[in-house]
Design a binder for this molecule. Structure first.
Ligand code: 3HC
Length: 311
């Protein structure tokens, strides 16, 4: 009965154990996990586009091979996460439909354009760097399939972040034009990367409940601060300037102070009015439609196999 189920659910949380698909769970817990995990999966899949844009134009075979590997990793991350979401009872086709009809959220960061090669460095260093700050705590999420998917994803994210840092380092050790290109890219990606962590805690309707359920382990502002503290010394090594004059070490806080972010830009992007929202969704829809024949063929083959083995 529900009473035992709820008691067991509370015990699992209190003992830092995992809640598994077959365990009883509150409907709202299931709902918020479907919300977060499907959005996370959509982010990985849409996140393939900004970088995919540069695979055919990478400056060397080595850079091309690394970028292809990274984009393939993102596809795999999307697969793990869609599968994790399905264990909660949502259908894969339903999630895809929500994305291609523009009803689903995915990370704001992927609605920005990638006009220069240096953006491949900024995405790796800043976007994957932010994703690591956000995803490492998620390895301890109370829902088993999500936490375990995160463990696998985090192993690959560190390579993603390192190769981005290395692209920027190569540019900063290059010509004046290359240095200017790297700096211009960092100027565009710094603030949107900080907004990836979500709105300020005071404007975060899901945080309190997500933290009570051991899904979110640290608040949006805590992780954003951790990210900035990590970024400042790395920017010094790179020789790039972070486009935020308010950044300065605060001795008594033991953290870097940094400037306010433009939350109207954030809500514009979330409302679908970012620089690249329309192209990201339409490209995803076209890819989905172009792939229909593969899905139909696979289903026809599986049905034939099933009838053959049943005969
Ligand atoms: N982009 C889009 N929507 C965002 C957002 C962002 N950066 N930050 C917050 N939001 C949305 C939330 O989804 C929520 O809307 P909803 O209720 O309709 O879902 C609303 O804004 C309020 O935000 P909350 O803080 O209340 O929401 P959460 O508690 O869910 O916190 C989050 C937001 C920190 C992004 C959390 O959902 C999370 O940790 N998600 C998993 C991590 C994730 O999605 N990362 C994507 C990074 S990109 C990536 O992983 C690819 C990388 O490998 C390159």
């Amino acid at each position: 009965p529900q009473g035992d189920g709820r008691r067991r659910f509370e015990e699992l949380l209190a003992s830092e154990s995992r809640v598994e698909p077959t365990d009883w769970m509150p409907a709202a817990y299931r709902k918020t996990l479907i919300r977060q995990i499907s959005q996370h999966a959509h982010s990985e899949i849409i996140g393939m586009q900004p970088e995919g844009n540069w695979i055919t134009r990478a400056p060397s075979l080595k850079r091309k091979a690394i970028l292809m590997a990274k984009v393939q990793d993102e596809a795999g991350h999307g697969l793990y996460l869609y599968s994790a979401a399905q264990t909660l009872g949502i259908d894969r086709e339903e999630m895809f439909d929500q994305l291609i009809t523009g009803r689903a959220k995915y990370s704001s960061i992927f609605n920005y354009t990638t006009p220069t090669w240096a953006d491949m460095g900024s995405i790796g260093w800043l976007v994957d760097g932010a994703a690591i700050c956000n995803q490492v705590p998620l390895c301890r999420a109370s829902y088993g399939p999500y936490g375990r998917a995160m463990v696998r994803i985090c192993k690959e994210e560190s390579f993603h972040q390192r190769q981005g840092f290395e692209i920027l380092l190569a540019l900063m050790n290059g010509t004046e034009e290359q240095r200017a290109m790297a700096q211009e890219s960092v100027n565009r990606w710094y603030a949107p990367a900080l907004m990836m962590f979500g709105p300020p805690d005071a404007d975060s309707p899901n945080s309190q409940q997500s933290m009570a359920w051991n899904i979110k382990r640290f608040s949006n502002d805590e992780l954003r601060q951790r990210f900035v503290d990590m970024l400042v010394p790395q920017a010094e090594i790179l020789g790039v300037t972070l486009p935020d004059p308010a950044i300065r070490w605060n001795e008594e806080r033991g953290h870097y102070d940094f400037g306010d972010l433009d939350w109207t830009e954030f809500s514009e992007v979330l409302a679908g009015r970012g620089p690249a929202n329309a192209v990201r969704v339409s490209r995803r829809r076209t890819a989905h439609e172009n792939g229909a024949w593969v899905r139909e063929a696979a289903r026809a083959y599986a049905d034939k196999q099933a009838t053959a083995s049943a005969a």
